[in-house]
Design a protein around this ligand. Structure first.
Ligand code: SF4
Length: 175
């Protein structure tokens, strides 16, 4: 039906590094994209160390010869892509830790509890469900959403100490 399938994977050191080439090979015969996302220290992930995308790219380069970089377009979001000759799908890299792209981020997240988060890294935002329970108007709702989008933080501070860090797990915040 023309759907584009993307498989996102996070490589955690010593757990699934050996599987990088297996992931890449999933794109050989099928037109699906495999995307490597650097581990962000949120929730359970704080206990682990991720593998940088530079390291993953080096491993891929050691195993494949004809690789070309794809031009970036607006629809590719934060991912940089490469293509391996004769492979149907592409390989993408999303590198929030080694190459912060927050300044281009337009993402907000609505959790299953109705809380609108401005950013994965911080715990603040607005409890939309509470406002909806209080029967605010559609106009007021739109205003709240706009205000929170325009008030997104400049960038994450994963590698620094700061207040308001998110302590929930990724599956609780829709990461
Ligand atoms: S601003 Fe927040 S949600 Fe957006 S890319 Fe940065 S860390 Fe992720």
């Amino acid at each position: 039906m023309g759907l584009k399938v993307k498989i996102n994977t996070v490589i955690v050191n010593d757990i699934n590094k050996d599987e990088i080439i297996d992931f890449v090979n999933l794109s050989k015969d099928k037109n699906l994209d495999i995307r490597f996302i650097e581990l962000m220290p949120i929730g359970a992930a704080k206990k682990h160390r991720g593998t940088s995308n530079e390291e993953i790219l080096n491993i891929i380069r050691e195993n494949f010869e004809n690789i070309k970089e794809e031009n970036k377009n607006k629809r590719s979001g934060p991912a940089d892509y490469i293509k391996i000759e004769n492979y149907k799908g592409k390989i993408g890299f999303i590198s929030p830790m080694s190459n912060c792209f927050c300044e281009e981020c337009n993402r907000i997240r609505l959790t299953s509890t109705g809380f609108l988060k401005k950013c994965l890294h911080f715990n603040y935002g607005v409890d939309l469900k509470k406002h909806l329970d209080d029967k605010i108007s559609e106009e007021e709702l739109n205003k709240l959403i706009y205000e929170n989008i325009y008030d997104k933080p400049e960038k994450h501070l994963f590698l620094k100490e700061c207040d308001n860090k998110e302590n929930k797990y990724m599956n609780q915040i829709g990461g």
